[in-house]
Ligand binder design. Structure first.
Ligand code: UD1
Length: 417
């Protein structure tokens, strides 16, 4: 398996271009299945997760053509509602096909990874919402089949503002008969992007970005040409790269209001942040102040930025506490950062970080996408050469990471298998 070699000690400075948002493009690509036409999506990042989504769309019968940063999907050719097990196992985001396939064909079949109840991250809220729209689910060995004679609008209250459940329900409800309301909906910017995309196809969705989304079902959706929003987590990751290396980075193609909570926390650490409509400049400081963070649904501090901030706070002055309230088991990177000398104690859902002067290089493993990013950031400031293994996780969500870091003056190389 490939790994990344990161040599620490250089301040990162210069400009970086932020790519299209992974978490926006995945549901949008799935959503192209709703129209029986040719759809072009721009600003599509070249990521492993996008590759899997393309493979899923092709397996369903769609033709997917690539040009520069765009994908053109001929969804009229889709003739299957079955997502094979090996693709489900490759990426959880394949569940986003449930809503669109139900919306277009009134049926879907997905497999359950490992035979457990759809993996460690459940989809009960997705199923509850889809059931409310009239879908009946039956379990057949490792397969979960959903079907309905027709989708009918419903009033749905989510027990938790799940991003994926909100998106899946939206994509089915746009084709349901009558009106639907999703209450306690997720408010993430990716939900607004999905609403804009769906409305561009002729859907009638409003309220995204608030906790009540109202949808009036339509019979048919048209083709669309759509550009996805910039990636707010990649944005946050490069902001932390400037902070952790005491550098100065200008980030282009960003939406500053999407990273309000990240800006607020960086300012608390003593780092300088300036921004205009679509650029952010982060200017580091030699002494990072310790801070406390609690992850929350948007507009709270994103769980997807928690590992990167843990790396930063490892070299802060004093004691910081990070509380993870979205995922139960999202502190695996703490063990790896400890290998690099970090002083981190995990107690239940909190990590207590006692800042140290210097991290030291080690061989570490990325346990997931953002944990991998955190280890690369730690490597950029550690003494010596850090090897980050299992980087296929990083390739899931960061486009051209090495190139972008190298252009900013960082030293990072990929070791092939
Ligand atoms: C999305 C993001 C992911 C981010 C997460 C939280 C994508 C592709 N991924 O994931 O990067 O970390 O939001 O911001 O957009 N839950 C249930 N039942 C469900 C669904 C979720 O209990 O049916 C729980 C999950 O286990 C988790 C919490 O709700 O503890 C949040 O999950 P959710 O908001 O659904 O995250 P994802 O959509 O999977």
């Amino acid at each position: 398996m490939s790994s990344l070699l990161v040599r620490g000690g250089r301040s990162l400075s210069g400009e970086v271009e932020i790519s299209g948002a992974k978490n926006a493009v995945l549901p949008i690509l799935a959503g192209t299945v709703l129209s029986a036409g040719e759809n072009t999506i721009h600003s599509v990042p070249k990521l492993r997760d996008v590759e899997v989504m393309k493979e899923v769309l092709r397996t369903l019968g769609a033709e997917v053509k690539e040009s520069e940063d765009a994908l053109t999907i001929s969804s009229n050719l889709v003739d299957s509602c079955e997502i094979p097990e090996y693709l489900m196992k490759k990426m959880r985001a394949t569940v986003f096909l449930m809503g669109p396939l139900l919306g277009r064909f009134n049926k879907v079949s997905i497999s359950q990874p490992g035979g457990c109840s759809i993996g460690p991250r459940p989809i009960d809220l997705h199923l509850k919402g889809l059931r409310a729209l009239g879908v009946e689910f039956t379990q057949k060995e490792d397969c979960l089949e959903g079907k309905t004679d027709k989708l009918v609008g419903a009033d749905i209250h989510l027990d938790f503002p799940s991003v994926g459940a909100t998106e899946n329900i939206m994509m089915a409800a746009v084709k349901a008969e009558g009106k639907s309301v999703i209450r306690n909906a997720a408010k993430e910017p990716e939900i607004i992007d999905l609403q804009n995309f769906l409305n561009g196809m002729g859907a009638q969705v409003r309220g995204a970005g608030t906790d009540i989304i109202k949808i009036k079902g339509v019979e048919k959706l048209n083709s669309i040409d759509y550009t996805v929003i910039p990636d707010r987590i990649e944005t946050g990751t490069f902001m932390v790269a400037a902070a952790i290396t005491n550098g100065e980075i200008l980030l282009n193609n960003v939406i500053p209001e999407h990273v309000d909570s990240v800006i607020a926390k960086l300012l608390e650490t003593g780092v300088e942040v300036e921004y205009n409509q679509d650029q952010i400049k982060v200017i580091g400081t030699p002494e990072i102040e310790s801070i406390d963070i609690k992850t929350l649904p948007y507009p709270g501090f994103p769980t997807d930025m928690q590992p990167q901030f843990m790396a930063l706070l490892s070299i802060a002055q004093g004691n910081s506490v990070i509380t993870e309230s979205i995922f139960e088991n999202r502190f695996k990177h703490a063990d790896e950062l400890r290998r690099m000398g970090a002083d981190i104690r995990v107690e239940s859902r909190s990590a207590i970080i006692q800042g140290i002067d210097k991290l030291s290089a080690a061989t570490v493993e990325a346990s997931d996408l953002r944990a991998g990013a955190a280890l690369v950031l730690a490597g950029l400031v550690a003494e010596g050469e850090t090897e980050v293994k299992n980087i296929y996780h990083i390739d899931r969500g960061y486009e051209n990471l090495e190139e972008k870091i190298t252009n900013l003056g960082g030293q990072i190389t990929r070791l092939a298998d």
